[in-house]
Design a protein around this ligand. Sequence first.
Ligand code: COA
Length: 263
Amino acid sequence: MADHVVMNQREALVEIILNRPDKRNAINWPMMEALHAAIIAAEKLAGARVVLLRGEGSGFSAGIDLLGFQDAAGEFGDGWRDNLFPLTQAYQAVVSQFERCSLPVIALLHGYCLGLGMELALACDFRLAAEGTKLGLPETRLGIIPDVGGTTRLAHLVGPARAKELILTGRSIEAQQAEQWGMITACVPADDLPARGAALAAEIILAAPLAVSYAKRVINDLSDTTRGLQLEAWAQSQLIRTEDFTTGAQAMLMKQPADWKGR
Ligand code: COA
């Protein structure tokens, strides 16, 4: 089996690549573990100054591996739905590690950036997106909420009104609108995406590494993300046991509308 996460270093740049293109970089638990290992390793690499995160294939990521929900009992035990808190916290810890990394992290987005993929991108310091990229948190269309920091970080980034517009509808928006909302750093022509990422990294590298790292930490700590993560985990522990979630996940995989029961 190919590595689902690939890491390489080019001088001061460390690239972390989501590498499951046949499944549209849908993120399962082993991939989360590999992402965690990669971001921890990145800041220990000699000479590393900036991390670039991107996806292989037609898009950045289609979000959480929906089939993984079917295997969750095997992976996490039969009672996983009744004891979701620690599981959510484990996912949150991986994504938060990108925020906590002492190096700045630039996410390069193309194609689609959905659900857990979007939550990962929101934990990065910069998001550059190719024109036409679709960005969204469609979890409510599955009967759940973005519980891996997406609800909290999107609200911090674009304010509660726009966060509600995106999350309560489950709608995706294109990169150009996301740029207007301040959800991404810039929307760029697709062919320019790698060069624009490298140029931003080069500019950061001109600044002093310790100052960059402390500035990142101060700005991040201005927002109370911890409370938001707890609230997300609480809400999800209610929703994961509903009939609506079971039918919602099935409907999403079948590309059919869900028949919501409200229970
Ligand atoms: N979880 C598991 N598998 C997924 C997946 C996901 N989130 N997204 C895509 N895949 C798989 C498909 O099942 C398919 O697998 P198969 O080839 O074994 O049948 C493969 O990836 C290709 O998917 P497909 O839908 O044919 O690709 P596409 O290029 O036409 O469309 C997307 C790409 C991302 C627009 C579309 O796959 C999609 O909408 N996925 C679901 C996104 C989502 O709702 N994520 C959950 C957020 S909470």
